[in-house]
Design a protein around this ligand. Structure first.
Ligand code: GDP
Length: 528
């Protein structure tokens, strides 16, 4: 088998979706521990803390208890290469999360056993369902009292509309937690506080009749388990690989991330059954990961990712072929050929220059303002991947500068931060205003913080008379010129120089659309 094919089959690229506080960060850290990517528990949190120390807007993140950055973590496990794409949990950053979900092949849903299915989880699951993304489920915080496991499965099935196939089953809960039973391996893994719960450091019994099991977990717990299993095996779905791969059934695991309990069972099952890189649609044809010519798309852009480097990075998911340092690629939107010598890879600890990358991998391209979210890169054939969502801003504010000498820096900051896709930056044709559009109100706070921290600009955002924006296109150049003249007061240009109608009211927009039937008004900027 060629290196490309072998490496492709080894890849497992996924994201964790959950409601804030369910335990995503804690679970991420444990997964990285198994991958040997970090040496000690506490490193992911440590990394968070280090970032807080170096940047002010991270202080905002901390203050609000949200994670606004997302990153890519790669680690080897059991002969596989796992790419874990982190997603921000807060609703105001959802468009970022949605785009990350376009770059994965499967997802892991984390649920707090006391809270059950929460609102953000429902939203994120809807996105996964749109693409039939296969989903595994981890019910967390078993060391605390929560809903009964049967109730939790019912909730997932009825609220999220996906069949559940329990793979591990809890024995007790909270103070009575004795362990978990692996339904497919027929093994009991005993919960003993203080253990590491790796295969080397845990007590495992094979079968419910194994000698010593009753002594280890108690006769009452064992009897209860037998009873529950009978119920579960009758009422729930058995694991079915095809149903899982089709996104119709989710294998469910129970555990406690903070105790690392039940995590290795999940990870073992994940690397064995989660899909490798899947084919992806372009405007012209489907691209298969086995193809040997490189293709990939940009799903995320981040400015000033690392305060020490002060650069802008575009994250590209490799969809086919092999990336090797120094190769030439065509950027579909511009038709330009670019040579990429210093793409980055992301380990939990740090970033490095990557020599080669395969389908499923994510590489970081240095962006000097020429790369946009949704861009496709390929070796030769002009292709354009579809399905990377673009969001229409719903809230608008005018930037007010406290120091007029910082105008240039303000414009630069707004333009660069807008490349990330969470905000959009407009300049009205007839005024000197700088208007920012966002999906969530928290974005304005974040931009204000980052302008100060990363660009040294003290700016505030205040109300402006814009309720919605429409990108305008017209095939008839003369008509467009006429439209432009008549509507100059309501027109502006975005960061890419595209013409945008900034409507002062919905009624005004409707009238403009009726009056100018030749002009197309789109709610989002058209990619490519
Ligand atoms: P995230 O917001 O989803 O990333 O959640 P975190 O990983 O930051 O966890 C939220 C809180 O739940 C933290 O205080 C964790 O220490 C705690 N936590 C995580 N896993 C467990 C668990 O298994 N049991 C208990 N009792 N607490 C947990």
């Amino acid at each position: 088998m060629s290196t490309h094919l072998a490496e492709t089959r080894r890849r497992r690229t996924f994201a964790i979706v959950s409601h804030p506080d369910a335990g995503k960060t804690t679970l991420t850290e444990k997964l990285l521990l198994f991958g040997g990517a970090i040496q000690m528990a506490g490193s992911v949190k440590g990394r968070k803390a280090a970032r807080h120390a170096t940047s002010d807007w991270m202080a905002l993140e901390k203050e609000r208890g949200i994670s606004v950055t997302s990153s890519v973590m790669q680690f080897p496990y059991e002969g596989k290469i796992v790419n874990l794409l982190d997603t921000p949990g807060h609703a105001d950053f959802s468009e970022d999360t949605y785009r990350v979900l376009t770059a994965v092949d499967s997802a892991l849903m984390v649920i707090d056993c006391a809270k059950g299915v929460e609102e953000r989880t429902i939203k994120l699951m809807e996105v996964c369902r749109l693409r039939d993304t296969p989903i595994m489920t981890f019910v967390n915080k078993l060391d605390r009292e929560g809903k009964s496991p049967i109730e939790l499965l019912d909730e997932v099935e009825s609220v999220l509309g996906i069949a559940c196939a329990p793979v591990s089953w809890p024995i007790g809960m909270g103070k009575r937690l004795k362990g978990v039973y692996h339904l497919l391996l027929d093994e009991v893994h005993v919960f003993e506080p203080g253990r590491n719960f790796t295969r080397q450091d845990s007590t495992i019994f094979r079968g419910l009749d194994a000698p010593g099991l009753e002594a280890a977990i108690g006769a009452e717990a064992l009897a209860e388990l037998r009873e529950e299993l009978e119920l579960v095996q009758g009422a729930s779905h058995p694991f079915d690989l095809d149903q899982y791969l089709a996104g119709r059934l989710t294998p469910v695991f129970f555990g406690s991330a903070v105790n690392n309990f039940g995590v290795q069972l999940l990870l073992d099952f994940f690397v064995e059954h989660a899909p490798g890189p899947r084919p992806r649609a372009t405007t012209t044809r489907e691209v298969r990961p086995e193809e040997d010519k490189l293709t990939g798309f940009v799903f995320k852009i981040q400015a000033n990712m690392d305060p020490a480097h002060r650069d802008r990075v575009a994250f590209m998911r490799v969809c086919s072929g092999t990336y090797s340092a120094g190769m030439k690629m065509i950027q579909a939107r511009t038709g330009k050929e670019v040579r990429i010598a210093n793409a980055l890879t992301f380990m939990a600890s740090d970033r490095e220059i990557v020599e080669s990358a395969y389908p499923g991998d994510v590489i970081g391209l240095h962006n000097h303002g020429t790369i946009a979210i949704g861009d496709t890169f390929s070796e030769g054939e002009p292709l354009s991947f579809t399905g990377i969502p673009n969001f229409a801003p719903e809230l608008f504010r005018r930037a007010r500068l406290r120091d007029p000498l910082k105008m240039k820096a303000l414009q630069k900051g707004l333009a660069q931060l807008s490349e990330e896709g969470a905000t959009q930056f407009f300049r009205p044709l007839m005024s000197n205003d700088l208007v920012l559009g966002a999906v969530g109100v928290l974005q304005f706070d974040v931009v204000a913080y980052r302008l100060k921290d990363e660009y040294g600009v003290d700016a505030a955002f205040e109300p402006v008379g814009v309720v919605t924006a429409r990108w305008v296109h017209c095939d008839d150049a003369k008509k467009l010129e006429e439209f432009r003249e008549k509507n100059a007061n309501n027109l502006g240009i975005d960061a890419a120089g595209e013409l945008v109608y900034l409507a002062p009211s919905r009624v005004n927009l409707q009238l403009a659309q009726e009056r100018w039937p030749q002009v197309r008004f789109s709610a989002t900027r058209e990619h490519a």
